[in-house]
Design a protein around this ligand. Structure first.
Ligand code: ADP
Ligand code: MG
Length: 702
């Protein structure tokens, strides 16, 4: 789809200027300097020649086909220019000009029109309000950036033009190469999803870096990003808050959710690696652009000093990686080649007097161990250390591996003043090197994560047989009453319709009725006040557990109704719910809050009244599969409580996973549900299932 953008046959600059210092001049100069191979057409009605190129008054005057047009004129003339582009069959357009959605409603309207023109004429548009696009493969530099990066394997997109220039400057200083470099701007037409799609099969781009401030279509983003991340790594920085998250929330899930949680879940489910800073983004991208992925997570560390070896071990283990257990045969071989004081257990200590030959011999031996998937080589500059020679020897040994089965290596040459030469050498030889073990570990972690993500097939989502009609009816009834909140008493049928077990219960309008039903289900029973206006029942003394006989039940009925009337005089009272008392179990919360960008954000956490204090919760965006549900549960800090510790039996987590999936289906089937809590969901011992004991649901206000 984006061939016309990335491989244009010619470039026209609408608004090319004679005046140095103007954008229209800078862009033309950049296109020329970038050694673009095709014709370059400056467009300007009042000039005849700029920078040695013939100028055309209008697009229609251009003698050949126009692959790419760059528009750099005042905002008020942009729409006319786009119409001209369409009329002249331009392949793709970059609108540099600013002054659209960022100036208000009128600008937003114009951007909508841009998208329409783009679609109607199959003429993709980048921008408006962008720095431009650089393509080192074509090559061309259609931007007003200062300088052109070298050719490389990193594709980069950024929503902030200013950040583009900063990233470019870092890249220029460190000679980091790019394949494509795109400033996204206001995303009137092309957005991050289009570029992810375009780069998925771009052989020139081995890794994608993205700086995103807001994602246009969250659900589609996850779907599409998941496709590309199965082929190559995508590293994203997400900053800034998003709009639209200001709806007042009434559920626990709503309170705990939020845009940050949604992004975190979305990136995880899409296989997008998240970087917290620009330097981390580069750290990871460089590793991906230059090294093969590891086959597993067993890492060997080679070091010439004990302390840094321990630091690296800590950093790797904190990242969830394993230190490889070396093969005994390999250990024996290492011992033969090393002084007696050296350690041949991982981390392998080659000692402070190690010269390049010892490093190399050990490195080669370790690479040959089938228990090792990747190697981190640490060097500290000691008295006899041969810094550059060691770097060279390691690079030689790395390259000596058969190309198809190369194990990745990351260098961590610690220090600064004496390391420049070695770093340059590593860079030239495609070995990522970092000055501290933590950064090396972060890069290694990302590589292992990417490899394991790519090994997994795309998720398939289960579909349960459910009773949608019943739920639709309940919603219609609630709407007819002019309400949007659904409490415990009404929500039970919804859970049943979606196959989530609930305790036996009945709404009773009199104390006698309550006593009769209680006898029917057997004591002890639970009673709860039933009112569409009371959502936190405990707060008004509206929940009683452990009622043992008819007297208890009658007393509870009268007391609860009395209290409810006293605390909330305006509440409409339906009576009391009499309910089977659940056996002892663990209380968790499962819920959903509809995120403005990504849709249904499903939550799991330890339940009860402290959920908002402890915030021990995990999120996923529906739909997700059973495996993701299991991992989601394991993410909470108190997971051990559920898994069964200190003689406690393990809880029925399979059924909780099942419940999470059913809940996901419910909120996907009914987009009008904006919030939902099941709190608590009682979990019993393995094999005994769960029970949705309390539920609250909020429908979208019309
Ligand atoms: P609310 O959250 O509106 O105050 P709940 O229905 O969640 O009311 O009840 C509060 C607490 O009472 C629950 O967290 C649970 O500990 C206990 N409880 C409620 N219903 C039952 C039941 N059927 N069996 C056992 N315990 C229950
Ligand atoms: Mg509750």
């Amino acid at each position: 789809m984006l061939d016309s953008l990335f491989n244009p046959e010619s470039i026209a600059i609408i608004g090319a200027s004679r005046t140095e210092g103007k954008l229209g001049h800078a862009i033309l100069a950049n296109v020329i300097d970038s050694k673009f191979a095709g014709p370059i057409y400056p467009i300007n009605p009042t000039a005849s020649e700029i920078l040695g190129y013939e100028v055309y008054p209008t697009l229609a005057d251009v003698p050949g086909p126009i692959g790419l047009a760059v528009i750099v004129i005042p905002a008020e003339s942009v729409m006319q220019a786009l119409a001209d582009c369409a009329a002249n069959d331009v392949g793709a357009v970059i609108v540099i000009s600013a002054g659209f959605r960022e100036t208000g409603r009128e600008g937003l309207k114009l951007e909508r029109q841009m998208a329409e023109i783009a679609e109607a004429h199959n003429m993709p548009i980048v921008g408006p309000n962008v720095l431009g696009v650089i393509d080192t493969i074509a090559p061309y530099n259609a931007s007003f950036a200062v300088g052109m990066p070298s050719r490389g394997h990193i594709a980069f997109m950024s929503q902030s033009g200013a950040l583009c220039t900063a990233v470019l400057d870092i890249a220029l200083a460190q000679n980091i190469g790019f394949s494509r470099f795109v400033s996204l701007g206001n995303k009137a037409h092309l957005n991050e999803i289009d570029f992810l799609q375009s780069w998925a099969d771009d052989e020139q781009s081995k890794v994608v870096m993205a700086y995103l401030e807001g994602i246009v279509d969250g659900e589609r983003f996850i779907k599409e990003a998941r496709q590309i991340t199965k082929k190559k790594p995508v590293i994203a920085i997400k900053s800034g808050t998003t709009s639209g998250g200001s709806r007042a929330v009434s559920s626990h899930t709503g309170t705990l959710a939020g845009s940050e949680r949604a992004y975190e879940a979305a990136f995880k489910q899409a296989g997008v690696l998240r970087a917290d800073s620009i330097s981390e983004m580069f750290d990871l991208a460089i590793a991906f652009a230059r090294q093969p992925l590891p086959k597993g997570d067993r890492i060997a560390i080679i070091t010439n000093a004990g302390g840094p070896g321990i630091m690296a071990t800590d950093a790797l283990e904190k990242s969830g990686l394993k230190l490889a257990g070396l093969n005994p045969e390999i250990q024996r071989k290492l011992k033969e080649n090393l002084p007696a004081a050296a350690s041949v257990l991982n981390p392998i200590d080659v000692l402070g007097d190690a010269r390049s030959d010892r490093y190399k011999a050990v490195f080669q031996t370790v690479l040959s161990d089938e228990n090792v998937d990747a190697v981190v080589v640490i060097l500290t500059p000691q008295f006899t250390t041969e810094i550059e020679e060691t770097a060279r020897a390691l690079a030689d040994a790395f390259e000596a591996q058969p190309a198809a089965s190369r194990k990745p290596v990351i260098a961590c040459f610690m220090g600064e003043a004496h390391m420049h030469e070695a770093r340059r050498l590593f860079y030239e030889r495609n070995i990522p090197s970092y000055p501290i073990p933590e950064r090396a570990a972060a890069a290694m972690k990302a590589m292992v994560a990417q490899a394991s993500w790519m090994a997994k097939p795309l998720p398939e989502f289960e579909e349960f047989e459910v009773d949608r009609e019943t739920v639709a009816k309940i919603f219609a009834q609630v709407r007819a009453d002019d309400r949007v909140q659904i409490g415990d008493a009404e929500s039970r049928d919804i859970l049943v319709a979606y196959g989530i077990r609930i305790p036996k219960s009945q709404l009773c309008t009199t104390a006698d009725e309550a006593a009769t039903f209680a006898r029917e289900i057997g004591y002890p029973v639970v009673m709860k006040i039933a009112s569409p206006d009371i959502l936190h029942k405990t707060d008004v003394g509206g929940v009683r557990v452990g009622l043992r006989d008819a007297t208890d039940v009658r007393d509870a009925f009268d007391l609860m109704v009395y209290r409810a009337q006293k605390y909330q005089p305006n509440a409409q009272l339906w009576g009391c719910l009499v309910q089977e008392q659940a056996p002892d179990g663990k209380e968790v919360i499962v819920g959903m809050n509809r995120d403005p960008q990504f849709g249904p954000l499903v939550m799991f956490g330890l339940g009860g009244i402290y959920v908002e204090v402890l915030k021990d919760v995990a999120f996923r965006i529906a739909p997700f599969n059973r495996e993701e549900a299991m991992v989601m549960m394991q993410e909470i800090r108190s997971f051990d409580l559920l898994r069964g510790v200190r003689g406690q039996p393990p809880a029925d987590l399979d059924t909780v996973a099942d419940t999470l999936l059913r809940l996901s289906q419910l909120v996907t089937d009914f987009p009008e549900i904006v919030e939902l809590d099941i709190n608590p969901l009682m979990i019993f011992e393995r094999g005994q299932g769960v029970m949705g004991v309390d539920m609250r649901l909020v429908l979208k206000s019309e």
